[in-house]
Ligand binder design. Structure first.
Ligand code: KG4
Ligand code: ZN
Length: 351
């Protein structure tokens, strides 16, 4: 079957065409196209995503992005079997835009519409990678981006348990806000990572928020405050390049160490030996290195899907939608966008 996946829940307007022959464990989807239109330039001067500006950009971009996805796939719209769209959670303006486009297309083509949970989409990213080998459920997923920070136990398709989540800022925000305090650009993650190169990671003992080691929730707002306070105490050093490198390296280390410790604790708690890392923060080199090293000691296999597949995209929504379609899900024209939608509720909706 061929399915169009549409994603617009945050600051990416995306559409992709995915082909899937069946649901067997070894059946790998084929990506016929994967178009992502980002909005970094729209939000850069605000240092983070501005919902109203995001909505307007989605309205401008949604139709060209869908058209391009179909064109690159080399198919006529009538060759689609189904249209899948992110129904939530996310920013409501963007969700409604994607939903309206999906409904219009499905209605015009007389094809079924399938609403997809954005996070279930993210959990599909390893299956989109043709080089993922025997990757399959069950696994633990660390989903880390500008919008989410979540540890999920994915026991099977549709069967997810949240093991931990951030209590305040998303980890990407911790990077973005930290970068702003350091006078760096947006997005802040790559900027901090670049500045941290060659810096002393233990120069400044920034706090590791570990509310009880057995707890898997995370928190980053205290760390951000600690950075602000620290910078405020050293106004004379702000132009010292070596000092700035040490600050960035120490700040990054505090974030990464918490992510690694909690992810591996989540594997221990759930008894899983497979960990996938998805989301923009997964690009962080220090995170990759520390996780690889510590996971090996615990006999956990860590898998990082290619970045283009694990940051927001339409392919993951297409694949989740295809699997839901094959499992019998059909959504009517009354399908609603949901800004909030717990991923654990999906298990109750099966069959
Ligand atoms: O998944 P993503 O591309 O998009 C959304 O959140 O919508 O994630 C973006 C986040 C930003 O906060 C950015 O600062 C962070 O990922 N990021 C990084 C790195 N590259 C991107 N954080 C740390 N290290 C990086 N190398
Ligand atoms: Zn996302």
């Amino acid at each position: 079957m061929r399915i169009l996946g549409i994603e617009s829940s945050c600051d990416e307007t995306a559409a992709a065409v995915v082909e899937l022959d069946g649901m067997g464990a070894t059946t790998r989807p084929r990506l016929l196209s994967n178009v992502v239109h980002g909005q970094v330039e729209v939000h850069a001067r605000y240092g983070g995503v501005v919902p109203e500006l995001a909505s307007r950009a989605h309205i401008r971009n949604i139709q060209p992005v869908i058209d391009q996805a179909l064109r690159l796939a080399g198919i006529e719209p009538s060759a689609l079997d189904c249209v899948a769209v992110t129904a939530g959670p996310g920013l409501i303006g963007g969700l409604l835009t994607g939903m309206a486009a999906a409904k219009g297309l499905a209605m015009a083509l007389d094809r079924p519409l399938v609403g997809v949970h954005h996070m279930e989409g993210h959990l599909m990213s390893p299956f989109l990678d043709p080089n993922a080998g025997d990757m399959d459920f069950p696994f633990v997923a660390l989903l880390v981006s500008g919008g989410h920070t979540l540890l999920v136990h994915a026991r099977g398709f549709g069967d997810y348990r949240v093991l931990g989540r951030t209590r305040d800022d998303a980890v990407g925000e911790a990077f973005d806000k930290g970068a702003r305090l350091l006078g760096l650009g947006y997005p802040g993650g790559p900027a901090i990572a670049a500045l941290a190169e060659g810096g002393n990671r233990s120069a400044i003992p920034f706090p590791r928020a570990m509310p009880g080691r057995t707890q898997l929730d995370l928190s980053f707002s205290g760390l951000k405050t600690a950075l602000r306070t620290f910078l405020g105490h050293h106004p004379d050093k702000q132009t010292d390049a070596g000092w700035r490198r040490d600050v960035a390296a120490s700040y990054q280390e505090a974030i990464v160490e918490v992510l690694v410790t909690k992810s591996l604790a989540a594997c221990r708690e759930s008894g899983e030996r497979r960990l996938i890392v998805a989301g923009g923060v997964g690009a962080n080199r220090r995170l990759r290195d520390m996780l690889a090293e510590r996971a090996e000691r615990q006999a956990v296999r860590v898998y990082f899907p290619p970045l283009a597949l694990c940051t927001d995209n339409g392919a993951m929504i297409g694949l989740a939608g295809a699997r839901r379609f094959l499992a019998g899900q059909r959504d009517g024209w009354m399908l609603n966008a949901r800004a909030r939608w717990p991923i654990e509720g999906l298990a109750d909706q099966r069959d």
